[in-house]
Design a protein around this ligand. Structure first.
Ligand code: NI
Length: 459
């Protein structure tokens, strides 16, 4: 690490990282290279980007590290383009001020720093918050990332954190990192499509980078590029429906959730003694997590615990660990929250009668996304709408120009599913209470095949 304060010092020769999505990632600043080399950033190599989705799409082994580099590269290309074509002349003219470049690049690179293994599931059980950890990694004096950022200027870490927290004063900078069409989303859609092997999620990034432009209130797009923006919105919608909300990945997520919940309850039970140490997880079980504890966890650490838990005396813990490691997702049916809850209760009673604890062997799980929305000042989560610049310089909001986008604007899409062990659908040969189980099986199947409950999808 350089000892001389580097401010925005450029490397004598740029460095490149080969990337399957963007071809090359170009690094021109010493500070970016040092951040990539930091201990906390290297940890992202050990956190998978899509969590349990890889149990459905086996190619999805890519990490938060590779996604973060991709977001950086898109942000860098946008800064280059803005500097070439839309540089500010007088302050406040809506042009791009390239002295913002370094804060944009650092925020792009570091925006996911606080993610842990299987973030969303993990956060629910242990009440951690990856966004709060992202800010802490950047601003805490304990981290290498913070030491590197402070060499730019004393208040630089806070500036970078405020971009990610959307409180930075320049809206162009904030919207490049988080808005309905930002460098983060553009990278993850392309990257997740590439690694899952699906054909959804692809859109014309080159074209979008041609038509993107700054204006006084943020980022806009030339109306001539409307179809590329439209395609991006539709791609995002399709990725959510086909990949991110896949029922089988959620079936694995449910197992992971119940496995961690069981481990926590056993730890808090004074009568249970774990055969193997659970040292790194104790701060999480006790809800006293420091940054240092948090940074020790990654996918590998957790998987090691799961292999140990498989040998534990508690039958629920060992069974759930086995189901997770061997990929035995729970099955599911989609249901209507307004009309089907009674049937769900009946199905749960059958599952209990078959000998399962429904706290660990069933779950209600929903996934919803709002593909796009225009700015609604009275809602809780207002969104920065996508603006298109017309030939006369006036702006038109995307859903007013695109019929395709209008069709999905403001509509949450997703479903509610009821999860249960797969074997309830077919009696097992080794089941001792065969008769009981068979009648349960028949009644259970009857609920699935009749009424509002729909047949579970095969995978
Ligand atoms: Ni991200």
């Amino acid at each position: 690490m350089s000892l001389v304060p580097y401010k925005d010092q450029l490397l004598p020769v740029e460095k490149v990282f080969r990337d399957p999505v963007h071809d090359y990632i170009h690094v021109q600043h010493q500070v970016i290279l040092d951040l990539i080399g930091s201990r906390e950033f290297q940890r992202l190599r050990r956190i998978k980007q899509l969590g349990t989705a890889l149990f459905t799409f086996h190619g999805a082994e890519h990490s938060r590290f590779t996604h973060s580099l991709g977001v950086y590269e898109i942000a860098r290309r946008i800064c280059d383009k803005f500097t070439r074509n839309f540089a500010t002349v007088t302050p406040g003219d809506g042009g791009w001020d390239d002295s913002e470049r370094l804060v944009v690049l650092c925020a792009a690179l570091l925006h996911d720093m606080g993610h842990g293994p299987y973030s969303h599931t993990f956060e629910r059980i242990f009440e951690t918050d990856h966004e709060a950890f992202t800010a802490e990694i950047i601003t805490s004096e304990e981290t290498e990332v913070n030491r590197i950022l402070r060499q730019v200027s004393y208040d630089f870490p806070e500036k970078v954190a405020s971009v990610i927290q959307k409180t930075y004063p320049n809206p162009q900078v904030v919207q490049l990192i988080s808005s309905q069409i930002d460098a983060d989303r553009m990278d993850y859609l392309l990257r997740d499509a590439y690694f899952t092997g699906v054909n959804y999620g692809t859109f014309d990034l080159t074209r979008i980078l041609r038509v993107i432009r700054p204006y006084k209130e943020g980022i806009s797009f030339q109306v001539s590029g409307m179809h590329a923006v439209e395609d991006y919105i539709v791609s995002r919608y399709q990725m959510y429906m086909q990949v991110y909300f896949h029922p089988v990945s959620r079936g694995m997520e449910v197992i992971l959730n119940h496995l961690l919940k069981r481990a926590k309850e056993l730890y808090l039970d004074p009568d249970y003694k774990f055969q193997h140490s659970v040292a790194s997880l104790i701060p999480f079980f006790e809800n006293k997590v420091t940054l240092k504890d948090y940074l020790k966890l990654d996918d590998g650490t957790l998987t090691t615990y799961f292999t140990k838990w498989r040998e534990e005396n508690d039958s629920v813990l060992s069974d759930l660990a086995g189901r997770f490691l061997d990929r035995h997702p729970f099955k599911s049916v989609s249901f209507n929250l307004d009309t089907d809850l009674e049937i769900i209760e009946k199905m749960k009673a059958l599952i209990t009668a078959a000998g399962y604890d429904t706290d660990y062997y069933t779950a209600l799980n929903n996934s919803y996304d709002l593909p796009y929305d225009f700015y609604r000042p009275k809602t809780v989560n207002t969104r920065t709408q996508i603006e298109l610049v017309q030939a006369d310089g006036s702006f038109i909001e995307l859903s007013k120009a695109s019929d395709i986008v209008a069709a999905i604007t403001g509509k949450a899409r997703g479903d509610e599913r009821f999860y249960f062990p797969k074997e309830i659908l077919a009696p097992l040969a080794q089941q001792t209470e065969v008769n009981l189980f068979e009648s349960i099986f028949e009644e259970f199947t009857h609920y699935i095949n009749n009424g509002a409950i729909t047949e579970p999808k095969n995978n």
